[in-house]
Design a protein around this ligand. Structure first.
Ligand code: HEM
Length: 411
């Protein structure tokens, strides 16, 4: 078995440290593009072509481990969740065909471009209102004051969660990330498991309410499609709602945070989008490529196979490092260069590929586009506060600065 290139080049693999993993990724692509990490117990795949091939082959590489906790769930927390039928609960991402195909087809009918279009004016109003709150201050911490709440509020609009429930639901939903990708004590797990149960019950109730009163939102549409004869159960609708908030919140917060940071660090790019907002959509693709919200995602190999010349046994867990594949020079000219006019930027793998390709991609891109349009219009003279040390929360997959302090001159 080949081991990870710890002692070969100068860079080492630190799977939970996402501060600047890119030099290691580059080294791995050149020296040992597929390797086994003893620390994780996962085969790590770093080249574009290999990652795309795995994403494309769902028969051999299943997504059923995509959201399993990295650390085992403690017995008390497990018992609590088992009692509610929550172990292994997934909206779509961890499901496999034929269930995945059936449910995704129905969800796609409801979560379509016209539903997203309906949200655009509300997203813009929200962005204008949020920026307006700090516009006159001359400084801000943009993750807390802009990037964090906005995507959550958009998902709540999509799900039809009323304003008075927002704070409560948000505090429950945050537990999901910690339970799956975090490193919690047994007591902490119990608290978070209870939050997840509360949120799951809330989603189930959201669906029941739609049977009594039809509404113009995602669960309302899914209940309507069910009544028209499309095969989806109440439990499956609730699971889609349960997953949507997690799938679409912090990922989009990170896209906005990474985006503003990269654009300001590459000042000429910020100035280019201020002068010509038509460059923003491709800039968003380049941000996703260069500084992805999710740097790695998981698959499990159902049979013995070979990836990039490496033998992979049946049952092996795979960590696909999109953050590395996205910078592969074989796919992107000078992959380590940030270029908002890159012609093939949208070929990045940051939202997956194949049957599980991110269903919320148009919404996440729309939110980021609107925020960048409004921010460049309102505060074009925005600058990163100097001497700032950026911190990234320790985990294997979700990468964004914890805080982003900026300043500007006010008139
Ligand atoms: C920048 C923001 C986002 C990123 C980086 C992102 C990334 C991803 C990734 C990597 C996957 C797995 C793809 C695969 O396994 O091939 C995924 C799936 C998914 N995403 Fe996103 N996502 C984002 C925003 C959203 C939003 C806003 C929503 C919904 C409101 C959403 C809903 C979903 C759903 C439902 C799936 C599962 C699709 C399936 O399994 O068929 N995502 N996303």
């Amino acid at each position: 078995m080949s081991v990870c290139p710890y002692h070969q080049g100068q860079e080492t693999f630190k799977p939970f440290d996402l501060t600047n993993p890119f030099p290691f990724y580059k080294q791995a692509r050149h020296e040992q593009p597929v390797f086994f990490s003893e620390e994780l117990g996962y085969y790590v795949v770093t080249r574009y072509e290999d990652i795309k091939a795995v994403f494309s082959n769902w028969r051999t590489y299943t997504s059923e481990n995509a959201q399993s906790p990295f650390r085992p769930i403690a017995p008390k927390a497990k018992a609590l969740m088992e009692a509610q039928g929550m172990i292994g609960l997934s909206g779509l991402s961890g499901r496999v065909p034929p269930d995945h195909t059936r449910i995704r087809r129905i969800v796609s009918m409801a979560f379509n471009l016209s539903r997203i279009k309906k949200l655009e004016s509300r997203i813009r109003a929200l962005a204008i209102e949020t920026i307006g709150r700090f516009e006159g201050d001359g400084q801000a911490e943009l993750i807390r004051q802009l990037a964090y709440d906005l995507p959550a509020l958009v998902i709540f609009m999509l799900l039809g969660v009323p304003a008075e429930d927002v704070q409560q639901v948000k505090s429950w939903a945050e537990s999901r990330l910690l339970m799956t990708w975090g490193d919690l004590s047994e007591d902490e797990q119990l608290v978070h498991a209870q939050n997840m149960v509360n949120y799951w019950n809330y989603c189930q109730n959201l669906v029941s309410l739609r049977h009594q009163t039809p509404t113009d939102d995602l669960p309302g549409d899914l209940v309507r499609l069910q009544a028209e004869g499309h095969e989806i159960t109440d439990r499956e609708i609730a699971a889609v709602c349960y997953s949507q908030l997690f799938a679409g919140h912090e990922t989009t917060t990170s896209l906005i945070g990474n985006g503003i940071r990269e654009l300001l660090l590459h000042r000429q790019s910020w100035e280019a989008i201020c002068a010509n907002p038509a460059l923003i959509p491709n800039a968003v693709e380049e941000i996703l490529r260069y500084s992805p919200s999710i740097v790695s995602w998981r698959r499990k190999s159902l049979e013995a196979s070979e990836i990039g010349g490496m033998s992979i046994p049946a049952g092996a867990n795979l960590l696909l490092v999109m953050g590395s594949g996205n910078r592969d020079d074989a796919q992107f000219d000078e992959g380590d260069t940030f270029n908002i006019e890159r012609p093939n930027a949208k070929e990045h793998l940051s939202m997956g590929f194949g049957i599980h390709f991110c269903l919320g991609a148009p919404l996440a891109k729309l939110e980021s586009k609107v925020v960048l349009e409004e921010l460049t219009r309102t505060i074009p003279n925005l600058h990163i506060k100097p001497d700032q040390l950026f911190q990234f929360a320790p985990n294997t997959s979700f990468r964004a600065p914890v805080a982003l302090n900026v300043q500007w001159e006010t008139i």
